[in-house]
Design a protein around this ligand. Structure first.
Ligand SMILES: [Zn+2]
Length: 337
């Protein structure tokens, strides 16, 4: 999700036992098998930030409201152990670096360029930088080409035309995706879910319809060698995503965003459906990490505790699929994740 924390609407009633169980599944270990988190935001917090804590899977109840009363966003209440947000850029970086080192994570990261360079300097073998475009107003085509040709960036992400009410197949973005195809750079496109209550809070240009995976078809037709991953699994448009992935073997997906925000049963039903439909080799783990360091462990726990997945399928989701999609040995030749 390309989100701001205040965009969610929620009330929470999370079962405390299950919540505790989810957070205890990734104890520190000396050697852990590698994980790729393909969806990490580098955000600027500033000093003395006061982001609200987060209850994972808090969108369990979305009762709606009335324009007269407006929206309330208690995303950090109703669970026994809300995840605290970092309070400064330094704290965020330090907690993120400690976590990815301890859990043996390689992160595909994008967002604020200054923060991204800092993180890359701090962990050169664990950070794969990306640069996104969501509208021609963000960056010129020439600047995008220049950026990608520096060699610093290895993916084009997060591309979120949906937030501007645009389809990914909008011809205004075509020149950018043509560069990605030419340079053989994977492209992450935001699709599907986009922060509950956004229409009520910001009068946003966001359109749910522009996140339909069928909106990819013209783009993929114009660029047959483009390597696209559908971010957030285009949740909840799973049937459409399955249709597109069946049609085009180069399309992968990530589980970011909804993996820590939607009801757990819904998350598991979605993953199970995708595996059942035959796409277990194209599901990639991702968080949509923003400000809450422990969100990483909570999200990994969803995969590690999935009773319907074999150990091999879990490894595919947590690492193997993304390693193959990204061709990680080309991106991190010395380390390989
Ligand atoms: Zn997104």
């Amino acid at each position: 999700m390309k989100i701001q924390p205040m965009l969610f609407i929620c009330t929470v009633s999370f079962p405390p036992g299950l919540y505790a169980q989810m957070l205890e599944v990734t104890p520190p270990q000396a050697e852990r098998p590698p994980i790729i988190d393909i969806h990490v935001h580098t955000m600027r917090l500033g000093d003395n930030a006061t982001m609200a804590p987060l209850c994972p899977w808090f969108l369990e109840d979305m009762p709606g409201t009335d324009p007269k009363t407006g929206m309330t966003l208690p995303m950090g209440s109703g669970c026994v152990d809300p995840l605290p947000a970092a309070r400064s850029d330094e704290e965020l970086q330090s907690a993120f670096m400690e976590t990815i080192e301890r859990l043996n994570i390689t992160a595909v990261a994008f967002g604020d360029a200054t923060v991204l360079h800092r993180w890359k300097d701090a962990a050169p073998d664990r950070i794969i930088p990306g640069i996104g475009v969501s509208s021609p107003d963000d960056i010129t085509v020439e600047a995008m080409r220049d950026s990608l040709e520096t060699g610093f960036y290895h993916v084009m992400s997060e591309c979120a035309p949906q937030y501007n009410g645009m389809s990914p197949s909008d011809t205004a973005l075509d020149a950018y995706f043509a560069i990605a195809e030419e340079l053989d750079i994977p492209v992450g496109i935001h699709m599907g879910t986009g922060g509950n209550g956004m229409a009520n809070i910001r009068g946003t240009k966001f359109r749910a319809s522009m996140g339909n995976p069928f909106e990819l078809e013209d783009l993929l037709h114009r660029h047959p060698n483009l390597r696209v991953w559908v971010q957030h699994a285009a949740y909840p448009m799973i049937d459409e995503l399955i249709a597109v992935m069946g049609w085009n073997a180069y399309v992968f997906l990530d589980l970011s965003g909804f993996i820590w925000s939607y009801p757990l049963e819904e998350i598991h039903a979605t993953i199970k459906r995708l595996v059942q439909a035959g796409f277990g080799k194209r599901i990639m783990y991702g968080t949509d990490f923003i400000f809450w360091p422990r969100m990483i462990e909570a999200s990994i726990g969803v995969i590690e505790t999935a009773s319907y997945l074999t150990e091999k399928q879990k490894r595919d989701i947590l690492y193997n699929n993304a390693a193959r999609f990204l061709r990680i040995e080309e991106m991190l030749p010395r380390e390989g994740g």
